[in-house]
Ligand binder design. Structure first.
Ligand code: HQG
Length: 176
């Protein structure tokens, strides 16, 4: 499968496995899973193509279950799903890449999940920079995850290594 096709199928999968399953007539279960057979039929792709997209995806956005018969997005949903992740001890600091135009709101009200289920945080600056770059010249915020955890905030780590938390109040945020 060439790169253009790979990216295009991946984008369709992100859209339908995170935000709009009904657009292609599929239903996600409570944990976000869909039967592979249903997804293949809905996207009109083969199992080999699906496997190429899952394996070739730069962020490992999708994961099969242990049977290989179901698939889901590992994070990023706006539809109601409970990924069933165990709470995890975060590293002392995490990073969030955003853009200047959101900064005054963020520093005033903290990071909010906006349309997604959770605030997405990165374990390294490089990843946060890439996340921020999607919207323009990136600004990196440092999150005092150790203090948040000590204060009782819960963190989860998605299957593809993204750190998730409900919200980050402004007192835990610092500009780099
Ligand atoms: C901003 C991509 C104003 C926040 C990425 C961000 C990530 C606020 C935007 C994943 C705010 C939400 C998630 C507040 C947060 N006031 N703006 N209080 N709180 N924001 O896309 O973190 O490629 O929902 O800074 O790589 O950018 O899709 O979140 O700019 O991992 O797999 O509101 O999505 O992954 O945007 O990105 P998003 P995000 P995928």
């Amino acid at each position: 499968m060439n790169r253009t096709r790979l990216v295009s199928v991946s984008k369709r999968m992100s859209r339908h496995l995170r935000h709009a399953p009904e657009e292609i007539g599929i239903t996600l279960d409570a944990a976000g899973w869909v039967d592979v057979a249903d997804l293949l039929a809905a996207l009109r792709i083969s199992r080999e193509e699906l496997e190429a997209v899952v394996a070739g995806n730069d962020k490992r956005r999708f994961a099969f279950d242990e049977t290989g018969e179901r698939i889901r997005a590992s994070q990023g949903h706006s539809v109601a799903v409970d990924l069933g992740l165990e709470p995890a001890e975060p590293p002392a600091v995490l990073y969030h890449g955003t853009v200047e135009r959101f900064l005054s709101a963020i520093l005033e009200e903290g990071l909010r999940p906006m349309k997604r289920h959770a605030v997405h945080l990165s374990a390294d600056v490089e990843t946060a920079r890439r996340v921020g770059s999607r919207r323009g010249s990136p600004t990196i915020l440092v999150v005092d995850a150790a203090a948040m955890a000590a204060d009782g905030h819960t963190f989860h780590r998605s299957a593809n290594g993204v750190w998730l938390t409900d919200a980050v109040p402004p007192r835990y945020l610092k500009r780099t």
